[in-house]
Design a protein around this ligand. Structure first.
Ligand SMILES: [Zn+2]
Length: 271
């Protein structure tokens, strides 16, 4: 089977080596994982998720009486934080997710990127463009996502001005001009069905709590109540891990319909 996220990580390594504007990226601090999304459904192809956003200012929710507008109750104080992800000795600063099989079907023809590439450019360049695009979101100052910040640390389509797309296309063309090893790019040239047939399956790294993954969470904190007379609703404790390690990674096989965990069948192993 083809390990799609591993292929992307190997390609990213080569891209960062050959692209001066991305050479500051330490890929040991970047983890690539798969999310499931049907090819025929609307949605993102990939997302860059930042884990280095600072803890938020303390806040709380409150409820008002509809008729009188009076405060009736409020939540505990909380701060919003990023979970920690550690793989071996590396602390992960960015997660980059690819939506499978949707990403595999991306082509230039149906994309606004088409005008940034010469006529007749191969359709699969749209996928290489997306890989570079997500890397370009990594901020050289490691303080979040370049050119935008969404409160949950993820990428937003509203975050890019037109120059972002132009700069990404420049990097794609410059990378291709360095004559990278075609073997590193080959997997991008096939759609999902072709990969499935050729490799007898497509697998990707996912998190154990799939379809979830490390996301910002709210942590209750002790602070004096603002209006002591009002009832305080306790917060639900975080339902997701606060620390993820390599033990929280599962390999899953992706199909058009689902992503199933891979389990080793049978006890026979060539000893
Ligand atoms: Zn983006």
């Amino acid at each position: 089977m083809i390990n799609y996220t591993e292929r992307i990580a190997l390609l990213m390594d080569d891209i960062c080596r050959r692209t001066p504007r991305l050479s500051f990226i330490n890929l040991r601090e970047v983890l690539v994982f798969g999310r499931h999304g049907r090819a025929d459904a609307e949605g993102a192809f990939a997302t860059c998720h930042c884990l280095t956003l600072p803890e938020s200012e303390p806040g709380y929710y409150f409820w008002r009486d509809r008729a009188t507008g009076e405060l009736t109750r409020r939540s505990e104080w909380f701060v919003t934080k990023s979970p920690e992800v550690r793989i071996g000795s590396s602390r992960i600063k960015y997660l980059i997710s690819f939506v499978l099989p949707r990403f595999c079907g991306q082509t230039l023809e149906r994309s606004r990127k088409a005008e940034l590439y010469p006529p007749g450019a191969p359709a699969w360049l749209a996928k290489l463009d997306t890989v570079v695009h997500e890397l370009y979101h990594i901020d050289p100052d490691a303080e979040g996502i370049r050119k935008l910040i969404r409160a949950d640390g993820s990428d937003s389509p509203r975050s890019h001005g037109p120059e972002f797309y132009v700069e990404v296309a420049e990097m794609v063309n410059a990378y291709l001009a360095t004559s990278p090893d075609p073997a590193l790019l080959e997997f991008l040239q096939h759609d999902f069905d072709t990969l499935q047939r050729r490799f007898d399956g497509v697998v990707a790294t996912t998190f154990k709590n799939f379809p979830s993954f490390p996301q910002r969470y709210m942590q209750p904190m002790e602070l004096p109540p603002v209006e002591p007379a009002i009832r305080i609703e306790p917060m639900k404790p975080p339902s997701q891990p606060l620390l993820y390690t390599e033990d929280d990674l599962h390999m899953r096989q992706f199909t058009e319909q689902a992503a199933r965990r891979l389990t080793r069948k049978g006890a026979h192993r060539a000893a």
